[in-house]
Design a binder for this molecule. Structure first.
Ligand code: ASP
Length: 441
């Protein structure tokens, strides 16, 4: 029997912000019969000054909690959805839905329930528009009592339900707790729902439709006109997103990665572009090409000095235990013979800074401990760097060319990333210099 291709298409908030955007999304779904399951976000911003429906719903929740009138904020939400329904020329009436949501809000429904209605209503409209079935996420996406996503139960029930529907729309962002109450994922969580649906449907591809052409090799606010990444592995993506590249919710990777399903980031406003393909494995070559550069500011270096440190068993552990006690996770640990540096995010030190220094002194009795703020980290990531000679040299060339002082170097043991620390005021020009070094034009 021939394998039938199944694609899951998730559309983000800006892709479904108005009737016009719905039409684009509809045309995309209809253009390919294998796009059988569709996961929508709530309507996002139509332009920069607009509001996301999810934020408007949180506003409704706050209004009720603070005893303010609900009619104005809820009225705006009704207007948004009615505009979409009318603009699409649908016969659908959402009046009963609006009434029951309003009444639930007035009866102090939970914050997550209120927020989830953005996706719920958008999915109702999309299902009607596409003539697909509607599957309520509360019946197929589950959380455990401790609030964690219940992957096994969800996968079992969701796969069985999907098998009964040739085509369906499943709202993103939420599911239900064992007691039936609604719980949402963290913000941007419709990406996670899409990934969960793709896994349960045993899809061949998870398409994530958004408002950009895919991942760019660098942040366009820093590097002018960076190239789009055609293919990136999950591991490379983890490195880049950890360091600041955002398009996809971080947790959206796990369900599909586990199932070996590629993710394709696509642009609803430019469907002719192939976007970025995120895959488990991509062949690496020895070209030395990089996949991307990411980074951000806001790090501090704690430097600890002690003669004969290298001979002292358990030194590093005792230092890290102090950080653990203060709830701080470290980013990097570059060390010398008699010095150890720990790079942490500056916000994590907060007002505990003096106590941390005192505790380190008590734990390892060092000659000196100092904390320096204002460090930026830059990650240069690429599977093709591994076999190529001279990659690190290229990074240093670039940095030297612009006169930046490198404060730290860390080549991850996986060898597909090189991380350097620079002073914050050197951050932007260092990023640009590295990009130009690898992508001369
Ligand atoms: N609507 C939710 C948010 O704004 C979830 C999502 O769009 O993915 O965070």
């Amino acid at each position: 029997m021939q394998h039938e291709i199944i694609k899951v298409a998730k559309f983000g908030g800006s892709s479904l912000a108005s009737a016009e955007q719905f039409e684009k999304a509809g045309a995309i779904v209809k253009a390919d019969a294998s796009r059988r399951y569709v996961v929508p976000s709530a309507p996002g911003k139509r332009d920069k000054s607009d509001f996301k429906v999810t934020d408007m719903l949180y506003e409704c929740y706050n209004s009720v909690m603070e005893g303010r009138d609900l009619s104005v904020p809820f009225g705006k939400i009704i207007e948004r959805y009615s505009g979409i329904v009318e603009g699409l020329g649908l016969k659908l009436s959402l009046k009963d839905e609006f009434d029951s949501i309003r009444s639930a809000m007035l009866h102090r429904a939970g914050r997550d329930y209120v927020a989830s209605r953005g996706e719920y209503l958008n999915a109702k409209i999309l299902a009607e528009y596409l003539e697909f079935d509607f599957i309520d996420a509360s019946e197929v996406i589950f959380f455990s009592d401790n609030g964690n996503f219940d992957s096994d139960k969800t996968n079992e029930i969701l796969s069985a339900v999907l098998r009964r529907h040739k085509t369906a729309v499943i709202p993103g962002f939420y599911g239900s707790m064992p007691n039936g109450t609604i719980k949402t994922f963290s913000r941007g969580g419709s990406d996670i729902t899409g990934s969960i649906v793709a896994r349960a449907a045993q899809a061949d591809l998870y398409e994530n439709w958004t408002d950009v052409d895919g991942f760019l090799m660098a942040d366009p606010r820093i590097v002018p006109d960076p190239k789009r990444i055609d293919t990136i592995t999950y591991r490379e993506l983890r490195e880049l997103s950890y360091m600041g590249a955002t398009v996809l919710h971080e947790d959206a990777i796990f369900p599909v990665r586990f199932a070996g399903i590629p993710i394709n980031i696509r642009n609803t406003n430019a469907p002719e572009s192939n976007g970025t393909m995120i895959v488990s494995h991509a062949p690496s070559d020895n070209t030395g090409a990089i996949t991307g550069i990411a980074g951000h500011k806001g790090f501090s270096v704690i430097t600890i000095e002690k003669d004969m440190m290298n001979a002292e068993l358990g030194f590093g552990r005792r230092v890290l235990e102090v950080l653990e006690k203060h709830g701080i996770s470290f980013e990097h640990l570059p060390s010398g013979i008699d010095t150890m540096s720990v790079i942490v995010s500056t916000v994590s030190l907060s007002e505990n800074r003096d106590r941390i220094i005192n505790d380190i002194c008590a734990a390892v009795d060092p000659e000196s401990v100092s904390v320096e703020d204002g460090i930026a980290l830059i990650a240069v990531v690429g599977r093709n760097m591994v076999k190529a000679k001279g990659t690190a040299a290229k990074v240093f060339n670039a940095i030297t060319r612009v006169g930046t002082n490198i404060r730290m170097i860390d080549q991850g043991s996986c060898e597909f990333n090189i991380i350097i620390g620079v002073e914050e005021h050197d951050f932007e020009r260092s990023m640009r210099a590295i990009y130009e070094e690898f992508m001369p034009d």
